[in-house]
Design a binder for this molecule. Sequence first.
Ligand SMILES: [Fe+2]
Length: 225
Amino acid sequence: MAVDSFATATAALRALVDEADRYLATLPGPGVADVRAGVAEWRQGPVTPAVATTANSVVSAHLPAALALLGLDRPTLSLAIAEAAPALDWVSYDRYPPADIGPSFARGHAYARIIGDGATIPARDFDLGLFLIAPHVLYRDHHHPAPELYAPLTGPHGWRFAPGAPLIMKHAHEPVWNPPDEPHATKVGAVPFLCLYGWTRNVDLPARVMPADDWPELEDLRLEP
Ligand SMILES: [Fe+2]
């Protein structure tokens, strides 16, 4: 990476952390303060922009639409994400057995750590990142020891907090706090799911899928825009 582009990417990543924290400060509910405390602890760390080799296909296909929607009501955050996105290392979560998590989620999501182990800003046992899922994908019921804040930047999307329970619709900017090992699932609506997420501890412990017998109908379901 050339010196100029390194400096530009570094500035974009710092600006994204600042903008994400400003956004989190506007949200109600549990977990927001915990994530902001982690951001405050780690935000001054060194920044290492990712050197993208090939574009992530989920990001190419769905991030522009998600950011266009976000730009309607949070234009500065949308712009900050757009400018930092090329300097982030977008990957798939690879710790689920493929048969458990299913092919549509496995092929239909990407996430990028902004702060965390191996991220642009390194941190111990704390993650802040962006999470993107294609429209209509079901992120099957799962749980993990990490306490987790989702701050959805698009919506509406469907949620549930017990396998087999009915979906609850939540709009953009309605945060979801998942205490350690509490089950949760997300059914993406008609628009791409984009969120800021925070894991406040236990980030190295894997997530696990929880079986439910209604996945086929939820995977076929098309939620209204
Ligand atoms: Fe989760």
